[in-house]
Design a protein around this ligand. Structure first.
Ligand SMILES: Cc1ncc(COP(=O)(O)O)c(C=O)c1O
Length: 473
């Protein structure tokens, strides 16, 4: 065998950077332009430090890290904050591990991020799901019917915690206040996409202000931290979870946390506190103008008129979600002709994400490209109604630790599913591990396969086979 003599990863990265693409995706600093200002003129190599005397210890902070975390807490409006060096994912996992145990009941949105599934597996908690509202113009879960959630809470005795996805990937929020009126217990908010909310009143109100107990921010997505930089905040009433959260993070995070990531969290949050109001208010106003021009051309773009429809309580203007039937052609044109790289796309939608590294000029560039590329052609989406949630017989943890086999889809009715099967869009799982496959689910999958629907989570890309638990129940 020939010994390789190349660096394919770096080579591809450098080639990519040389293309000078206009980034409308994470990280929010956009190629360093909005990187925490405290780091801008520093030598990253020299600052890649570790726990040496004087530099404190993330797992047992008593000095500068403790002080930096406290500062970030006050800038964000939290009682206490923890630095995360493995993204918001580790914060969500830690929140579960800290607050929930085997058999505890937790209410979660059916379209929760996979770190919530990991939290369920780690903790052994039993999920009860609430369904998001699929917006027919986008075929995406953009809202939540808060009254329905409140009603479900009232009818669920012994509930230990409520998890909220706030905001969605697309920047939409729902009416947490309405739920807070009936639920005074533990509220964990996945505010991964809203780390900038505490800093500008032109953004949706932050989950911390709404009284959430544990709020997890993916700081790197919109603010100026390095990728993987994230934070877990405790609200005023949640200080009692401080020790448990610390212990959980001690278990889950690396023993060699990156000081660069931690310093970028400190600096990005400081920037947010000092200049966030001006910056995000300016970006939001400029993005709203872009949307207005697109709407005037007849292009469907998510905008503030969508507030109070389909379970949407507010919209983060800095997420630009365009619905268009020829999304693939438009995507290719944007990349080839304008060097624009969006955050996310599917058959009918393209999402552009603005971050702290964006400016009025970068939005103007995007606006020009969009106005020249996207036509007002209308999408008629066929949003199939998803089948009723299947019966749950095991918790995700129990299913995870049980032996599995692959069976033909046609023969899977009555078996306990061992994988998540989610059509995307809308990205809401049809079935998750521990639930029993029924005929309606098999029919849905069979029909969706014929319609060329894209799937997430399936082990067999052709979906001829599905993973189930070996033992029958
Ligand atoms: C809704 C949501 N929550 C949590 C996460 C995890 O964030 P991170 O990538 O920082 O771990 C993501 C990542 O995309 C997400 O979309």
């Amino acid at each position: 065998m020939q010994i390789p003599d190349s660096l394919p990863l770096l080579t591809a990265m450098l080639d990519y950077v040389a293309q000078n693409r206009h980034a409308f995706h994470t990280p929010g600093h956009k190629g360093g332009k909005g990187l925490a200002s405290s780091l801008l003129d520093q030598s990253l190599g020299a600052l890649d430090l570790t726990e040496i005397p004087g530099l404190d210890d993330l797992h047992q902070p008593t000095g500068i890290i403790a002080e930096a975390q406290l500062n970030c807490a006050s800038w964000c409006g939290a009682k206490a904050s923890f630095f995360l060096v493995n993204g918001a994912s580790v914060g969500i996992q830690a929140a579960f591990l800290a607050c929930l145990g085997p058999g505890d009941t937790v209410m979660i949105p059916r379209n929760a991020h996979k770190s919530v599934t990991a939290g369920l597996i780690l903790s052994g908690a039993r999920p009860i799901y609430y369904m998001p509202v699929i917006h027919p113009d986008f075929n995406l879960p953009l809202g939540i019917n808060s009254l329905q959630v409140a009603d479900k809470i009232v009818k669920t005795p012994g509930l230990k915690a409520l998890v909220a996805l706030y905001p969605t990937y697309y920047g939409t929020t729902w009416c947490l206040q309405e739920v807070r009126e009936v639920w005074h217990g533990l509220l964990i908010a996945d505010e991964a996409h809203g780390a900038h909310f505490p800093f500008s009143d032109s953004m949706p109100i932050s989950a911390l202000k709404l009284g959430a107990d544990i709020v997890v921010h993916s700081t790197h997505k919109t603010l100026g931290s390095l990728t993987q930089g994230a934070m877990l905040h405790l609200g005023d009433a949640a200080f009692c979870y401080h020790v448990r959260v610390k212990q959980a993070l001690d278990l889950l995070q690396t023993t060699s946390p990156s000081y660069l990531i931690m310093a970028s969290l400190e600096g990005a949050t400081y920037d947010g506190y000092r200049t966030g109001q001006k910056h995000w208010t300016g970006l939001a106003a400029r993005a709203d103008l872009l949307k207005k021009k697109m709407l005037a051309r007849g292009v469907r773009v998510l905008n503030s008129n969508d507030i109070d429809t389909y379970g949407i309580a507010d919209v983060d203007s800095t997420k630009i979600l365009v619905s268009t039937p020829s999304s693939r052609t438009i995507l290719a044109a944007l990349i080839d002709n304008y060097g624009i790289q969006p955050e996310l796309w599917d058959e009918n939608n393209i999402l552009f994400l603005l971050g702290v590294g964006d400016t009025e000029e970068s939005i103007a560039y995007l606006e020009n490209a969009l106005l020249n590329t996207v036509t007002s052609e209308h999408v008629t989406l066929t949003c199939q109604t998803l089948p009723e949630l299947p019966r749950q017989c095991l918790t995700p943890r129990e299913a995870y630790f049980t032996e599995k086999v692959a069976v033909r889809l046609k023969e899977s009715v009555g078996r306990v599913c061992a994988e998540t099967l989610a059509p995307y869009p809308p990205g809401i799982p049809l079935i998750v591990p521990g639930e029993i496959i029924n005929a309606e689910i098999v029919d849905y999958i069979t029909a969706a396969k014929q319609a060329d629907v894209h799937w997430q989570g399936n082990s067999d890309p052709t979906l001829q086979q599905v993973m189930v638990l070996k033992e029958t129940r």
